[in-house]
Design a protein around this ligand. Structure first.
Ligand SMILES: Nc1ncnc2c1ncn2[C@@H]1O[C@H](COP(=O)(O)OP(=O)(O)O)[C@@H](O)[C@H]1O
Ligand SMILES: [Mg+2]
Length: 278
């Protein structure tokens, strides 16, 4: 899917696709439009791709409220709202990625066609909430390190297996965006940030601290397009609600209904093997 991601001041439409650039970072202060942009991405992708070709894992440690209405979409494998759930979800994504890589290796060795795996997009709304610097004790610190290991593996080798990362943070720094991950999140959407230092971390130069205080205004940077200031699209809540509530419910994920009605739960383990067969 080629996603229109916003317009320049000269009304030029800019686009983004996960296939050349598998991972994305989204930075900006509270209220700058990060979550709305992620919701738009999901809305756009889900309305253009069926759930057997595209799915999402959503990690939202701010209580999960921002994305809760998305949970009923068949594309959404799970909504994970605390640190234990986040670890479990990233572990699943990591495992799925390894399985796919194994398939790729075997097929390649046998000169067989490599399957076009369904895209699996891992969205972390406030990735900084998982940061090791927020650890309250040793165990917590260890868990947070494991989480960042998963993130870094996905960022490093997710491309071929079509496991993609959308990483949002309001507080860009060496803990929330460690260099090994930052470098892999090649597509950058930098909304207004607090100060020059934050801008440097995200964009490698100053300037994003001076963006106007208009939600949705950001600097879009990628190796494909260079850098450009855009205004991102916005899906009004009523349109989003109508889209989600009228979306034909899939019966593919049979254990999904329980996990939705029972709230987000790490027990809602998805049978990823379905992917392998399709
Ligand atoms: N692209 C946009 N165009 C217009 N309004 C927007 C846009 N993005 C966000 N907003 C408005 O700004 C508010 C805050 O955006 P949000 O995405 O929650 O910010 P963040 O996640 O960065 O804290 C939204 O509730 C919405 O009303
Ligand atoms: Mg937000």
């Amino acid at each position: 899917v080629i996603i229109p991601v916003g317009k320049t001041r000269f009304h030029k439409q800019m686009y983004f696709s996960f296939s050349p650039l598998p991972h994305m970072k989204i930075a900006g202060v509270t209220g700058s439009g990060k979550s709305a942009f992620m919701q738009y991405l999901m809305y756009y992708m889900c309305s253009h791709e069926s759930s057997d070709k595209l799915s999402f894992i959503i990690i939202d440690l701010k209580g999960g409220a921002t994305f809760s209405h998305f949970a009923t979409l068949p594309h959404v494998l799970g909504l994970y709202a605390d640190i234990d759930e986040a670890e479990a979800a990233l572990g699943l994504a990591h495992e799925e990625m390894n399985k796919r890589l194994q398939v790729i290796r075997t097929r390649r060795a046998e000169f067989k066609i490599i399957p076009a795996f369904p895209r699996l997009v891992v969205i972390t709304d406030e990735g900084g909430e998982m940061s090791p610097e927020l650890a309250v004790d040793k165990e917590d610190a260890k868990q947070r390190k494991r989480i960042y290991k998963h993130l870094s593996s996905i960022a490093r080798i997710g491309r071929e297996s079509r496991v993609n990362l959308v990483y949002g943070t309001q507080q860009p720094n060496a803990q929330t965006l460690p260099t090994n991950i930052r470098g892999q999140l090649e597509a950058t959407f930098c909304f207004r940030v607090e100060n020059e230092i934050d801008s440097e971390i995200v964009l490698r130069h100053k300037g994003a601290e001076r963006l106007p205080r208009i939600p949705g205004r950001c600097l879009y940077k990628s190796p494909m397009i260079g850098e450009v200031e855009i205004q991102t699209p916005y899906v009004a809540p009523d349109i989003l609600e109508r889209f989600i509530t009228t979306y034909p419910l899939s019966t593919r994920f049979t254990n999904k209904q329980d996990s939705v009605s029972g709230g987000s739960s790490s027990k809602s383990i998805i049978d990823f093997t379905e992917f392998m067969e399709s």
